[in-house]
Design a protein around this ligand. Sequence first.
Ligand SMILES: *[C@@H]1O[C@H](CO)[C@@H](O)[C@H](O)[C@H]1NC(C)=O
Ligand SMILES: *[C@@H]1O[C@H](CO)[C@@H](O)[C@H](O)[C@H]1NC(C)=O
Length: 364
Amino acid sequence: MKELTMYKKKITHLLPRICPILLFLARVINATWWLLGMTTTYEKVLQLNSTTYQNFCKNLHYLVEKQQDLCGLNHNVLITVGQGAKMGIKECQYQFRTNRWNCSTFNGIPNVFGEVLNVNSREKAFVFSISAAGVAYSITKACSTGALVDCGCDPHIRARDTKGRWEWGGCSDDIKHGSIFAKDFVDSGEDRDSPDGLMNIHNNRAGRKALRKNLEVLCKCHGVSGSCSVKVCWRRLKPFRFVGDWLSKRYDGATHVKTVQKRRKLRLRPFKNYIKQPSKKDLVYFDESPDYCNRNDALGMLGTVGRLCNQSSYGVDGCRLMCCGRGYQTVLRHVEEKCKCKFKWCCKVLCEKCRYIREDHYCN
Ligand SMILES: *[C@@H]1O[C@H](CO)[C@@H](O)[C@H](O)[C@H]1NC(C)=O
Ligand SMILES: *[C@@H]1O[C@H](CO)[C@@H](O)[C@H](O)[C@H]1NC(C)=O
């Protein structure tokens, strides 16, 4: 709330200047369904009941009509999409925790991340992909657990040949269903005939594709005294962190692209002709990123003043890059920790208390 009031104050000052920009932005950034993942909205969603959620969906002006329809299908759909958005935002903040832009969000503004995502940067590409993946993941899991009624476990996997090594059993995650729903919901706000829409649709798909790369097969043995004469296996999604790590690598290797007209249709092509054509799994972007060094309230950029940095790193988390050359301050902290723990028969663990001084470094 504090953030919101601060933002409002700033906005009223800037309004005459940024009004034309806002009108422009309203057209550009339309993935405002992210709001469903913000704690304030999500808590409201949880309080709805089977009669009130439909009206709620109809009145969510930040959803496009198709999204309102999908939202109104079932209260659990709304909750599940909200969870997916939340997962995406949280994972983005985890993956960017040591970057200059740390995926900061603002309560109460429609596009959640601020106007910083008006730049078609690789950060924008990551946010779209991870949130699309979040929704696909969340829907898939809700199908497996039975929280959603018109879907369930993967009905096709049992037809797959295992060369006699195991039998399919249990409940395999149906990522196909989850992905189709996520595509319907997430992509419906995008315009395939505009460059921005094309970029977003590509990155949303890359996010959904990441699920397929993060599946694991789990097995259980049956048989006399653990002989494993019958092995029953099922396939499920790895924890969402794996999807985040995977997409984070795609972010590092994202492809700079431009649009071209081909047979009257807009297409994405590498920005320079020596770059290879991005695959469906790659993230794509049009614009170089801002440096994110300085605070810019109109764009929702916090800057890196006061950020924790790592003195011994030469990477983006290192003080040199994180602080944009402004230098940093070192704060000494007295820390007390359990240490030299010994196991004492039986059954205690005895520890000593160790005191030491820790150095933390913060950007100027
Ligand atoms: C749902 O909530 C509304 C308002 O909070 C209440 O009037 C209504 O009786 C509730 N309906 C059910 C089925 O619980
Ligand atoms: C991001 O950095 C800002 C300081 O620039 C800090 O206030 C905020 O808590 C950080 N957010 C996250 C999610 O780490």
